[in-house]
Design a protein around this ligand. Structure first.
Ligand code: ZN
Length: 328
């Protein structure tokens, strides 16, 4: 009997990094690789870098390229799933990039599957993480932006045009700060890591005392990353405490809105900050959400939990999706 190809590579393509995992037939991680990417790199150059990361992670997993079953990528932005084209990815500066075809030819014909990064993150948590065995689930990923995904009846709910799940663009504060989408007061503009960074920097500019700039220097970071936020909270930085309290409050309202519309059994909060802070971040979100639940008994039934897969949710979800789609 011929040996079945089962090793697969999942890739989480972000605005600032390429993260890849190689998994065996049971989706157990054999090797991981992460590479930082420069902003403004041309699509062809970035696709070459992705190919390099895929080859390297497969090699580290002891798998030759021709023995690889498939590569599956979660990419930010609007994706033509059927043709593997990234229609529009503002974070990457991409428009109509045939990611699947380009990567397949660089990798010697290994099948390449592409889907939206948040969708694969939700699929990952649903299949292997905090949402395992849950039929109706909402995933909210707090990072550079706020992404969302809905699992309904055990399947990803994509809507009639594939546009469902944009929870981050729920307007929570009419006339609030401008969002990446151009509107004002979206959850993303109030509670994403980017919004948190903006508010902390504004407070410092306004003369409030904070350790953040010093912590950034110590950690050699030019942005207020999740690890900077974590350290500032550990040192009881008042500015960061206040800004986080506000972000968590808005996220609580966001969760309540999603629950009141969708009635899921579980809400999973993922992304870098949730991974770092765990339930310290999710507990205040939960208590605000409960206050805004339309049906108070929901507080006993609907669980609001941090993601369980952390940084691997997207790449793991991508391989789960590829196995389904390619019937492997
Ligand atoms: Zn928006």
């Amino acid at each position: 009997m011929p040996h079945k190809k089962e090793v697969m590579v999942g890739v989480d393509l972000g605005g600032t990094s390429i993260k890849a995992i190689a998994v065996n037939g049971k989706n157990k991680i054999l090797a991981t690789e992460k590479k930082r990417t420069e902003a403004g790199v041309k699509p062809e150059a970035l696709i070459k870098e992705i190919a390099g990361v895929v080859e390297s992670v497969a090699k580290n997993a002891g798998c030759k390229m021709k023995a690889l079953a498939a590569v599956s990528i979660g990419a930010p932005g609007a994706i033509d799933i059927r043709r593997g084209i990234v229609n529009e990815a503002p974070n990457l500066g991409w428009k109509n990039v045939p990611l699947s075809d380009a990567l397949e030819s660089l990798l010697g014909g290994v099948p390449v599957v592409v889907d939206n990064d948040v969708n694969v993150g939700v699929i990952g948590e649903h299949a292997l993480g905090a949402g395992e065995q849950i039929k109706n689930l909402v995933g909210i990923f707090v990072g550079t932006g706020i992404g969302g995904g809905i699992i309904s009846g055990g399947k990803l709910y994509q809507g009639s045009n594939g546009w469902a799940g944009e929870i981050g663009h729920t307007v929570l504060l009419v006339d609030g700060p401008v969002c990446s989408c151009g509107h004002r007061g979206c959850a993303e503009a109030l509670a994403s890591r980017t919004a948190i960074e903006r508010d902390v920097r504004d407070a410092i500019k306004a003369g409030q005392k904070s350790l953040v700039l010093q912590i950034m220097k110590e950690k050699n970071k030019d942005r207020i990353t999740s690890s900077v936020i974590q350290e500032a909270l550990a040192r009881k930085d008042r500015v960061v405490q206040e800004v986080m309290k506000r972000a968590e409050y808005y996220l609580g309202i966001l969760v309540a809105n999603a629950v009141n519309v969708l009635d899921p059994a579980r809400v999973v909060i993922g992304g870098g900050i949730a991974e770092r802070l765990g339930d310290d971040f999710v507990a205040p979100i939960r208590s605000t959400a409960y206050e805004y639940f339309l049906h108070p008994p929901a507080a006993k039934k609907i669980k609001i939990v941090p993601g369980a897969l952390g940084d691997n949710a997207g790449a793991l979800g991508a391989v789960v999706l590829a196995r389904k789609r390619l019937d492997l």
